[in-house]
Design a protein around this ligand. Structure first.
Ligand SMILES: [Ca+2]
Length: 198
């Protein structure tokens, strides 16, 4: 297999040449496992009412060059969206739309936690941006929350990053993207956790 890769030949091409079926595992989507409901770093009183929204409801931008679903054993369901920077201003990003949230979601006031991790580059400055999140409100046409997470705030393990509270409805858009900064090699989005606020 190593020799084939060095020669620039993909396993699928090789399989076609020799007349055998390509290995199906090459084309399978990452496998999800039973979902653990709540992050360890979420306040205990918020776990009771929290709604977990997985990456499979997200729209992925610049797939597959800059963003794609990957198997990630550290993610709550074993799958995350990995985002990297590309040529020019290209960067991986994703968005969750209010209309695609679980049926149990009701419009209202919520704290929004983005659960994410990063791989920082060697020698990355602590105050360099790692990724940004922002929430757009459809009816007003405005961003109602925005946060840039620095390298010093994130880690190689998942953490929950709070944005809000904000008013969320069916036309809200919850965005997250790689900072397109040399300080960070990749960022991973696992899910958001919505905590209703009275
Ligand atoms: Ca996930």
């Amino acid at each position: 297999m190593t020799l084939m890769r060095e020669a620039g030949q993909k396993p699928a091409d090789f399989a076609a040449e020799v007349g055998i079926d390509p290995d199906e595992t090459l084309y399978e989507s990452p496998k999800r496992r039973a979902r653990s409901l709540f992050s360890d770093d979420l306040p205990a009183d918020e776990r009771k009412t929290a709604l977990s929204v997985q990456d499979d409801r997200a729209i992925i931008f610049r797939e597959p060059d800059c963003a794609r679903l990957v198997t990630d054993s550290a993610a709550s369901d074993g799958v995350a969206i990995q985002m990297i920077a590309g040529p020019g201003g290209a960067r991986g990003a994703m968005e969750l739309h209010g209309g695609r949230l679980p049926a149990s979601f009701k419009p209202g006031h919520y704290k929004v936690y983005y659960v994410a991790r990063i791989e920082a580059a060697d020698g990355a400055q602590a105050d360099a941006p790692a990724f940004s999140v922002r929430i757009h409100d459809g009816p007003s046409g405005k961003y109602i929350a925005e946060r840039t997470i620095k390298v010093s705030e994130a880690a190689s393990g998942y953490r929950s990053f709070l944005v809000g509270p904000v008013e969320l409805g069916s036309y809200a858009r919850l965005w997250m993207g790689h900072a397109h900064d040399d300080a960070v090699k990749a960022v991973w989005f696992d899910r958001v956790i919505l905590v209703p606020v009275k």
